[in-house]
Write a protein that binds this ligand. Structure first.
Ligand code: GCO
Length: 476
């Protein structure tokens, strides 16, 4: 069960009741929130992912990824859309990086497409693919933007999936070879690295529920992929540490603030299990705490894939944890759901404000999650590597008055600041996302960007939320 499974495509969010048109005129005026409150060293960035923005899916020697294959299959992606062109970042990267600078951000988090660098996932290197990322990194540095690289953001080379992908233990060797090449190649210019993006998402959605690439289903596939991804998470860290001098190494974790539907036994137990699945399953092994078998006994099926010495290899001394939060999860006891005995109660059934993804807007959730993550002994530093919201945006007179999104960011940032003031070592915040992009199985409809993208003309328009950040980040 994952937060996305509960997604119901909604109309205009109930959130509209929170804002009045008058905000439109003031939408990017400075609010009570001040950049200075976060401290001069606090990192402000934007995040993107290769498959969601690059396009050029088969250009200049790039090999197919599981998302190329999956999005070309009928019925997998809303409206039959795919990332073949997406935002055409492959050809427009310089101007898009210019937008990052124009809005006042200092960091651009982006991922490398494994199959653009190694078309078959292992062995042969595609030099044109490597050259592209050298140019992107160079452009960032020239424009004064710090490149933060995610090594894996879901787009596994199809050639490796043909050999079992994440369910094949050989993926550890494949991934190690890929990470070793990337960090030896780009490590002289890039010091900030994230190993994986949201392993809980790509294993559950891709190998348990089958609603994301590669579209596999089955608990056995899920637990195999989970164990191999957890091993790669740590092994990737060790390789970066070996190859990159003074590297700042992290990995990113999806997380939702989980609460029981009612404060009674069955709901509380179901919520604890949901929390273990969504928030602990990959983080705790990385911290040397192993898998949460006690809370979710069904996870003991992972043991079938654990080999001698594995448990020690799951841990790595990350310099930071990337926290990625969008919403809250209210879990209701349901005896028919194996393992968790619970299901998420969708926001639209709870009469609360929610976004265009059907995710409740619940700023207090990021506060509680920051406190939760910070409470782990092994967590040294936290970066919010993703937070944002999709709302139905419309262009009027070459402007996008996305007041709901501005309000969303103000409310969530207030809660990040509250956690920071209470001693949580949160040292950065990256917006998801720089620009509207391909939202996986939802296609292009959900717009998360600070920059509006007309996907036919590829025109970019900085939305009022992007202009709000510009005024917020440029305040003296
Ligand atoms: C994720 C991914 C992003 C999504 C974003 C909105 O966290 O799922 O990193 O690729 O697009 O979260 O769903």
């Amino acid at each position: 069960m994952n937060r996305r499974e509960a997604i119901k495509i909604t109309g205009l969010s109930a959130l509209g009741v929170m804002f009045s048109p008058r905000l439109a005129a003031q939408s990017f005026l400075p609010t009570v929130l001040k950049r200075a409150d976060f401290g001069k060293d606090f990192l402000w960035g934007v995040a993107t992912a290769a498959y969601q923005i690059e396009g050029a899916w088969n250009e200049d020697g790039k090999g197919a990824s599981v998302w190329d294959t999956f999005s070309h299959k009928k019925g997998k992606i809303k409206n039959g859309e795919n990332g073949d062109t997406a935002c055409d970042f492959y050809h427009r990267y310089a101007k898009d990086i210019g937008l990052v600078k124009e809005m006042g951000f200092r960091v651009k988090r982006f991922s490398l497409s494994w199959s653009r660098i190694m078309p078959e996932g292992t062995g042969t290197i595609n030099t044109k693919g490597v050259d592209f990322y050298h140019k992107v990194i160079e452009e960032c540095l020239v424009q004064g933007i710090e490149p933060w690289i995610t090594l894996y953001h879901w787009d596994l080379p199809q050639a490796l999936e043909d050999k079992g992908g994440w369910t094949n233990r050989e993926v550890i060797q494949w991934f190690s070879e890929y990470v070793d090449f990337c960090t030896r190649t780009f490590g002289d210019k890039v010091k900030n690295w994230m190993v994986l993006n949201e392993p809980a998402a790509f294993t559950a959605l891709g190998y348990l529920l089958g609603i994301h690439a590669p579209g596999k289903r089955g608990f056995n596939k899920f637990v195999a992929a989970t164990h191999h991804a957890t091993l790669c998470q740590a092994e990737g860290g060790r390789i970066i540490r070996k190859n990159v001098k003074n590297a700042n190494i992290g990995s990113t974790f999806s997380c939702s603030y989980v609460q029981p539907f009612k404060n009674t036994e069955p709901h509380i137990k179901a919520a604890d299990k949901m929390d273990a699945f969504l928030n602990r399953l990959f983080l705790e092994p990385a911290l040397g705490l192993g898998y949460p078998f006690e809370t979710v006994p069904i996870l003991r099926k992972i043991k079938k894939f654990i080999q001698d010495g594995d448990m020690e290899k799951l841990a790595f001394d990350f310099d930071f944890i990337g926290l990625q939060n969008y919403t809250r999860n209210i879990t209701r006891f349901n005896p028919f759901i194996p393992g968790i005995s619970g299901l998420e109660v969708p926001a639209k059934k709870r009469n609360v404000p929610y976004t265009d993804m059907g995710w409740e807007v619940y700023p207090e959730g990021i506060y509680h999650l920051l406190k939760k993550f910070a409470a782990y002994k092994g967590v040294k530093k936290i970066i919010v590597t993703e937070n944002g919201a999709a709302f139905p945006d419309a262009v009027q007179d070459n402007q996008v008055q996305d007041d709901q999104r501005i309000k969303f960011y103000q409310k969530y940032l207030e809660k990040v600041l509250q956690a920071k003031h209470e001693g949580v070592p949160v040292e950065g915040y990256f917006v998801w996302s720089l620009m509207d992009n391909f939202e996986w199985a939802e296609g292009f409809r959900p717009r998360f960007g600070l920059v509006y993208v007309d996907f036919l003309s590829q025109q970019r328009i900085i939305k009022n939320s992007g202009l709000w950040f510009k005024s917020f980040l440029n305040e003296s």
